[in-house]
Design a protein around this ligand. Structure first.
Ligand code: PLP
Length: 451
């Protein structure tokens, strides 16, 4: 049977349940009500197989920065498929889309991040980074520098390497992660973990955990520190202002490579092209994916400094994916970057819709359930609490309040995610002020219903 977007929902759900294993999903739980089947999308709006129109405040999975339904991207894919649907870039060959995209990324990326190693996802790009930084130190004559430090509740992907870099305990509990040589320090999550400290003091203290870990491992044994400029999947946790300057000071002091995982933060999400610019840090490598193609094609990349690239280019780096620099994905990403730039989408998001979204989103703090609202650019979250003064968590299973609110949002045709008791938004950068009003109105209604 080949079903279509117009097939009855029950048939689509039944076949889905019979054969399709969903990521990060409790299959049995889904079985009772079935998956919601998304059939089409335009701008910031999804259609489901029951004819509902849903406001997608998550841009898919933090991906669709440019919004759904851009013909130009479909055209770019079709054109490239006709011209050269595939060729690899392994064995002394290259092709036009990969050349152009690498050059464009070098132009957009800050500092001397001028070299691009392609992958198909954020996970794969972070696996590349893990091997690349270890190879770098090996070739630099410091082969003992193999330890990599990251953070609890950071997210860097779902492969064994990138999942080990991530600090998701639920993931570590399954399938043999983390692999050796990866060490996690606590996150700069003031609201939940800051106790009586000021945000600034807490930010400094959490950054200094990096120095402690470096000294514990031996400064000469550490290859790199990896972190998201703003944690996304962990709950959109905006670090205190003191955090990143201190991290930068520490990595500089010990000569440790800094990997900024920009998979969510990149391509306008935080207001600038990259979260590293918003946070004023100088990474040696940036991981990108998601917004690179606005999710229209699977593609990721490591954007690498002159210094690191020089060393890696000096050896045969035995690493790569069949689809590294896939021509169709590169062509689509290139067109996506052209539109984000030429239509002023990134600058409009920074200067117009970003400030408006922030102002509206922060009004949610007057809701009895909401302890704080944090937002940078087009990524934000609210904390749900039974007691604003103590910043307490809801009793019972963590995330219950978030789960209920998420279900209410779902019923009100608004996609917001929950992580524990935080509710997240990450809308397309093209969201209009009117759509922002709709987002806030539906979020408020859902909170009321959950209260
Ligand atoms: N890094 C970050 C910061 C992410 O948010 C994600 C995905 O959400 C990844 C890496 C993994 O990317 P992918 O799912 O494309 O493998």
């Amino acid at each position: 049977t080949i079903l279509t977007p117009n097939s009855p929902t029950a048939e689509l759900q039944a076949l889905d349940a019979a054969h399709h294993m969903h990521p990060f999903t409790h299959g049995a739980g889904l079985g009772e009500k079935g998956a919601r089947i998304i059939t089409r999308a335009e701008g910031c709006w999804l259609n489901d197989s029951d004819g509902n129109r849903i406001l997608d405040a998550m841009a898919g999975l933090w991906c669709v920065n440019i919004g759904y339904g851009r013909e130009e991207l479909a055209e770019a894919a079709a054109r490239q498929m006709r011209e050269l649907p595939f060729y690899n870039t392994f064995f002394q060959t290259s092709h036009v889309p990969a050349i152009n995209l690498a050059a464009r990324l070098a132009e957009l990326a800050p500092g001397d991040l001028n070299h691009v190693f392609f992958a198909n996802s954020g996970s794969e790009a972070n696996d590349t980074n893990l091997r690349m930084v270890r190879t770098y130190w090996q070739e630099k004559g410091q082969p003992q520098r193999q330890h990599v430090i990251s953070r609890w509740n950071g997210y860097h992907g779902s492969s064994v390497g990138s999942g080990s870099l991530g600090g998701m305990k639920g993931m570590h509990a399954q399938g043999g992660m983390p692999i050796p040589g990866i060490h996690h320090i606590d996150q700069p999550y003031w609201y939940l973990e800051g106790g009586n400290m000021s945000e600034d003091d807490f930010g400094l203290a959490r950054a200094q955990l990096l120095e402690e870990k470096i000294l514990e491992l031996g400064a000469d044994n550490v290859a790199a520190f990896i972190a998201e400029p703003i944690q996304g999947a962990g709950g959109v946790i905006v670090p205190p202002a003191t955090y990143w300057p201190e991290i930068q000071r520490i990595v500089d002091k010990y000569g440790i490579l800094l990997i900024a995982d920009e998979v969510i933060c990149g391509f306008g999400r935080t207001g600038e092209w990259f979260g590293s610019q918003t946070m004023n840090i100088r990474p040696d490598i940036m991981t990108v994916a998601k917004g690179l193609s606005s999710g229209y094609q699977p593609i990721g990349a490591s954007i690498v400094s002159d210094g690191v690239a020089k060393v890696i280019d000096g050896v045969e780096f035995n690493h790569g994916y069949t689809y590294s620099g896939h021509p169709v994905a590169c062509a689509v990403a290139l067109e996506n970057l052209r539109l984000l730039d030429e239509e002023g989408i990134v600058t409009r998001a920074r200067d117009e819709t970003g400030p408006y979204l922030k102002a509206q989103f922060e009004t949610l703090t007057d809701h009895p359930l909401v302890g704080e609202a944090k937002i940078v650019g087009h990524m934000g979250s609210i904390a749900l609490t039974p007691d604003k003064a103590s910043r307490a968590r809801f009793a019972g299973e963590a995330g219950t309040a978030g789960f209920i609110t998420r279900e209410r949002c779902f019923a009100n045709n608004l996609i917001m995610r929950h992580v524990g008791d935080r509710m997240i938004i990450s809308p397309p950068l093209v969201i209009s002020k009117e759509e922002i009003d709709t987002l806030i109105e539906r979020a408020r209604r859902s909170l009321d219903e959950a209260h």
